[in-house]
Every structure is written in C-alpha cells, then in structure tokens.
Write a protein that binds this ligand. Sequence first.
Ligand code: ADP
Ligand code: MG
Ligand code: MG
Length: 889
Amino acid sequence: QKFVYDFTEGNKDLKDLLGGKGANLAEMTNLGLPVPPGFTITTEACKVYLDSGDAPKELRDEVSAHLDALETKMGKKLGQADNPLLVSVRSGAKFSMPGMMDTVLNIGLSDDSVTGLAGQVGGDERFAWDSYRRLIQMFGKTVLGVDGELFEDALEEAKTAKKVKVDTDLEAADLKKLVKKFKKIVSDEAGRDFPQDPREQMDLAINAVFDSWNTDRAKLYRRQERIPGDLGTAVNVCSMVFGNLGPDSGTGVAFTRDPASGHQGVYGDYLQNAQGEDVVAGIRNTVPLADLESIDKASYDQLMQIMETLETHYKDLCDIEFTIERGQLWMLQTRVGKRTAGAAFRIATQLVDQGLIDEAEALQRVNGAQLAQLMFPRFDEDAKTQLLGRGIAASPGAAVGKAVFDSYTAVKWSRSGEKVILIRRETNPDDLDGMIAAEGILTSRGGKTSHAAVVARGMGKTCVCGAEEIEVDTKRRRLTVGDTVVEEGDVVSIDGSSGKVYLGEVPVVPSPVVEYFEGRMHAGADDADELVEAVHRIMAYADRRRRLRVRANADNAEDALRARRFGAQGIGLCRTEHMFLGERREMVEKLILADTDDEREEALKDLLPLQKQDFIELFEAMDGLPVTVRLLDPPLHEFLPDITELSVRVALAESRKDANENDLRLLQAVHRLHEQNPMLGLRGVRLGLVIPGLFTMQVRAIAEAAAERRNAKGDPRAEIMIPLVGTVQELEIVREEAEAVIAEVQAATGIDLKLALGTMIELPRAAITAGQIAEAAEFFSFGTNDLTQTVWGFSRDDVEASFFTAYLEKGIFGVSPFETIDKDGVGSLVRQAVEAGRKTRPDLKLGVCGEHGGDPESVHFFHEVGLDYVSCSPFRIPVARLEAGRAAA
Ligand code: ADP
Ligand code: MG
Ligand code: MG
C-alpha cells in the first residue's frame, strides 16, 4: 500500500484517497498550472493513525523519499541553514470543512535557517523574521496546543510599544524580539521548546493534522453537514511561496462566478503583502479582486486565464486560493465551489446554455434542499424600514431576531425559544455553536470568503458579512452605527440576499419561487427574474425524467388546489380525522357515547352528509386525478376532552352539586377508552371492526360523493384506504362490508363507481405478510411514519425530546429515521413488501405517504425500490418532483 503521492501522481477523482485539496492540487499540476511542488499523504495513513494512535511504519520512509525528491526538484533542503526549503503542512479531507482543521505554514524555519531565508530574498530580514514568528505562532497553537491569544496579545503589545497599527509596520528588529517572546511562550505553555529540527517540525505537524480530524469543532461540523466520521483527512506537504514579500506580493481568493448570483465576472478578494490565512481571517481589509488589474496586470491576466481553464475543465463554478510572490502567480487550491441555492439553479442552466453540461447533469447540480430554501419567504420591499447598514450579501434569506454578541448567549437564548441574530466582528470556528443556534449571522468584517460567509452558506443560514459602518463592541454587548446604538436583545433584521441590515422587525413576503409555483408569476414574463426562469427549466428537466409520480397529503379542497398548482398528480393521503374536528366534535362525542344501536346510527346519520360534502369538494378539486381517502385512523379518545381537564370540571360541578349528565357520561367514556399505549391501541382498522357502521358510513360518503361528481360530469377517482392492517383477515372483513355499501350506491345511482380498495402497510406484520395482504388490496401505501415507530419501537411523539439528541451525538444515526428513511431496517421491509405484493398482484399500485415522501434522500430510495408514487405535504411537492427527477437522471 502506497501512503504518499506526489502532486504529479494524483488527479481530481482521487478525493477519497487524497482528500479534496490534494486531488485538486494534483489535477492543477497535471493541467500545467503553476502549483508549488509537493506531495500528499493519504487518508488511509490517517485512518491507521486514528485507529492505532500511530502512523503506519512505512510512512516515515515514504515521506523521506518524497521529501528527497522535492528537495532535488527545488534545489534546496528542508530547513537547511543557508538556503532553506520551507513547506506548508495542510489538512484536506474528502469534503471541504472550511477552517475546521489545521494547516501550518513556513515549516523548516529555525534560528539557523531564518537568516538563510533572508538571504534567498535579497536580504529581506523583516520578511524572514515575520515568517518565523508566524511559524512559531501557528505551530505553537495548532501543534503544541498553546492558547493562540497569548501570541496575539504579544503581537498587540509589540505594535503598541512601537506605536503602529498594522503588523506590516513592525520592523525586523521588532519581529526578532517577538520571535524570542513567542519561543518563551511556547516553552512556558507547552512544556517543551519550539523544535529546531525541521524534520521534527514536519512530522509533528503531520500528526497534528491527523489529530485535527477529531477536534470537537470538526466533529460538530461533520454532524451538521452529515459528513461521515471515519473518512479521515489527507495531509498535503507543499513548498512555500510568499505573498508577504512586499507590495508586489500578495494573496487572494477568487470564484470563477459569483457564488451568490451565479453571474460570470470577477469575484474575489485580494490582500497585498500578506500570507494565506490573512485573507480568510479578515485581519486587514481586502480589496476587490478587480483591483488586482491595476496592481499587477500580468498576474491578473494570467489568473483570469487560469480561471477560465478551470471552469471549462471542471465544468462548474470553482473557488481558488492563490498567492503572488514578487509578480509570480501561484495556485494554492481549487475546488468546485460552494454556492447559494439560487446560484446553484442559475449556474446549472447557464452551464447547459454554454454547452458544458447536459440536462441530466444539470439536475445533479441542484437538490431538493436548495429548492426548499428558495421557497422561504423574503423581506417585504415596500415595508417601512430603518436601515442600519449594508454589508456583503453572503448567504441569502430573511432573518429576524434579537441581537446577541457571543455564541454562548446565542445558544442560551435560542434554547429558551428566542430567535437570535449572532453579531460578531468576524467569526471563527469557535462560534460554530452560536451560528447553528442563530437565525442569521452578521459580521462587520470579512468578505464573501470569510469564515462567517463560507460556513453560513454551507448551512443554508442567512448571513450578511463585512458591514463596515457597524461598530461591533462585543465587550459591551452592543453595536453602534453613527448615533444609533443597538443593545443586546434589540430586534434586528438582516437580508442575506441584498446585504441590508435593518433595525427592528421587517415583515416578510413569499419568495418569487413560491409565487411561480402558485402560478402568480410566469417564467418568460417580463417581471420573472432569472431565478424563476432557472427553476422553471430545472423543474421541466426533472418532470421529463422522473418515473415516480408525486401526490399530495391533503384533506381539503384548498390544500388540494394548491397541491395541484405545485404539480401534484393526485392525493396520496386524505386524513378523514381532520374532518371530525371543530363543530363536528359533538357529533363524534355522540357517536362514542352511544349506548344503543339506534343512538349510534343516528350519530352516524348526522355525520354522513357532512362527510359526503367534504369528499365532493375534494374530488372536484382533484378532478381527473386519484384521491386516496384513508378511513378513520386515530384512537377515539383524541376526539374527547382531555382527561384531567374533564375530571376537574366534573369534580368542581359535583362540589357545587350541579354535575352535568353529559359530562359524567363523557368522563366515563374517557376512562373506558383510556389506553396505556394509544398508538398501539384501538385505532385504524380496529375501529372499523369494533364500531359498527363507522367505516361503512365513510365508505358510503365516498361512494355517494363520487356518484354525485359523476352526475355533474366530473371525473372522480377515489381510492379507499384502510389503515393499520396487520393481517389479511382484518382487511377481508372491512372489504366485504365496503363492497356491499358500494354495490348499494351503484344500484341506487346506476353508476359504475370503479372505487379501488387498498391498505396502508405500516405494521411490520403487514410488510412481512404483504403477499397475503395483496390478495385483498388493490394498492399499498407505505405509512412509513408508523412503520418506523413500530419497527424501531420508538414513539415518534416522545423520542425527539427524550433521547434522540444523545443518539445523534453518539452517532447511532446521522439523521433521525423519522426524517430520512432507515434503508437497512424499515427500507428493507418496504422492499420485501413491494416484491411480495407484486408477486401476488402484478398490477398492485404502490406508494408512500408520510413525512418521508417529501424527504430528498428517501425519495431516491422509493424510486430505487420501484414505487409508483410518493405523497407529501403540498409545500414539499416541488422538492419531491425535483428529487424524483434527479433519481431517474
Ligand atoms: P484551509 O483548508 O483552511 O483553506 P489551507 O491548507 O488551504 O487551509 O491553508 C491555509 C492558507 O495558507 C491558505 O490561504 C493557503 O492559500 C495558504 N497556504 C497553504 N500552503 C501554502 C504554501 N505552500 N505557500 C503559501 N501559502 C500557502
Ligand atoms: Mg484553503
Ligand atoms: Mg399511520
């Protein structure tokens, strides 16, 4: 097994092995772009290190061999006193984890080689000592675990002593003194001296990068981003180039397109006379990349050319890190760049238009989560607002919340239900908790590539950064803009699409994408923006390709009509219990309290016309499309008053001696119907079997409603669904009764109603005996919510609050099985039931209702197991359509 690859040996498809950074450095090297030579230690080596606590023993020799080759190529030796080779040791996992893991620059500098370095650059002592102090600082912090603030404080002191504002004003002698101080900090804090042996520096740095995979903040980030915990990181050893060699040097970051809008152009930040991290950290304010043209035209032109090469080569937006060393441009990193949801749609269609990718590929460039994000509301542009300031639109969305100035408060307040906006001068990885807790993030410094911007975009969280007019005072917990002061707890609104920051709460309006789906905005019309056009086109690509049909969960005509506008091809779940609430509750109470058959029949007779009317409206709204009506499912006690409330009421009334007869009977019924585990109790098909006339009333309402619609020249396509069936016998009994009722209605109206009868598969026994159940069912609809509850033995209503957080933290699942289907367990039962059911009845119709029907990953699974449709809430329909298209593309 080979643990080390030269940059010339890898390529972009080796991300698993070389990490994203290493694979792309190799790709750029092989494209002939100017990359400083180096090599990559594989993730496999990291895995061995993390598993056994030690690097594989072959690693040392392999690294030596590659280092030798690098030294020969560069004509200098690592840390050699008179002519040192310096390298960076850089982390780089398969998935980008911005700022999460460690990188150490300037490895190879020591008390001896620092003068050698000065000699290499024409005797620039200032530069050499600045590089050395940076090494000790970074090495001390990330490798030896010294508190970084100690170095920063010492640097501040040096600046104050010298009465200068920026570090570039410190001279060689000052930096020399600072190095001495830094070394003392290291010996005091780390219990060892700063290592003078360059190879020892390198080896320690490599191990530190391995270790950085498992820091708390890296783990948290992975959980948040659903990155598996066992991938490990690669380590890149890259010869150093210097952006801090004076004004003809510098460092920058760039995008080949605007990651917020997708527009082509020159996007990025540049900082003269600086080394790598300075840009991202927002230490000094950068200039827009376009300014580089006037600073160094030759490098600028070369960079533009390289960006075009990269875009054409990767066929996608790329982001780039580069450094200019005395007029020579070096590429230090590239990757397919993160982008906002809106930009993802726009870029995908732009690339189709440029002929770089085809429609199927365009579908892979977007996803349902991004679409869902685009459907969030935005700020009302016509509202009266008080503008506080303006920053960079770093990650879109409209966020309103109380101002907080530190992560701790953000977390604390959000736990108690407050919406907060985290406001910082700039963020760093220690702010991650607070960023997760906040509705949005506002910073006063840093550009589109600052930590806040990059992380917020990744999380899909609203962010405005670099709002420079705003003075953030974290110590006093407030911000000021001119005379305006915003204290902790004051409400602010931030618009991540425009970069505007407002005082107070700004009202929100629906997103243009929702307006488009609602049919209130048409693609191609003058007022439709580019985003709507792009969404329109991508949806068409998806609809052309998808095999899965998409239905809605809807119980009333209004929802059904919206669902249709959103592209629903029917209703997959109409929950009839919603039709028993409100003023009808009394009738249901009457039904439950009925002592005699007559009383019960009377109650049912009262309910019949109301139910029928509900169905007429629903069938009309979904005319021509299937409507699956589920017969009553929940335990009856849900329709009765709360047991405690009622007990108190009755007790009070009794003490006043005016107890009401009905309340007493209700209380008795509540006690009678009380169950320890109502979700496993008298509900679903069991109600139909135990309460005579209940299901037949519902079936009659459906049949008569269908007949009425037919008489009105409509095209009702009702399907009757029996919930919670565990055995075919239950279904057979209900089916026989239902068929009798349907026959009666058909005879009375003379219409052949063609009503389909089927069942939900939501108990393990039903899934296991699906072959038998299919004898009596024309369709199955997988009720994956109940199926997940019963397969895992989890109560859906309780787990989230009780132990799911612990499970997620321990990595037992990456995501709740109620959110994304558990493929191995629940999914495997679904698969078996699909096969067994189709074996019995080849034309069995198969669908899924329940939350998973609108979950992107689950939709892909349902496509793969061969269901006919998914059903989800109306708002999720576009997401399901898109994901079904992506699954088929
Ligand atoms: P991250 O993954 O956090 O971006 P990097 O490994 O890319 O970390 O390095 C951090 C910074 O140091 C980047 O700005 C990068 O461009 C710069 N850098 C890394 N290696 C070198 C090098 N060999 N020469 C000059 N700058 C470097
Ligand atoms: Mg980088
Ligand atoms: Mg259910």
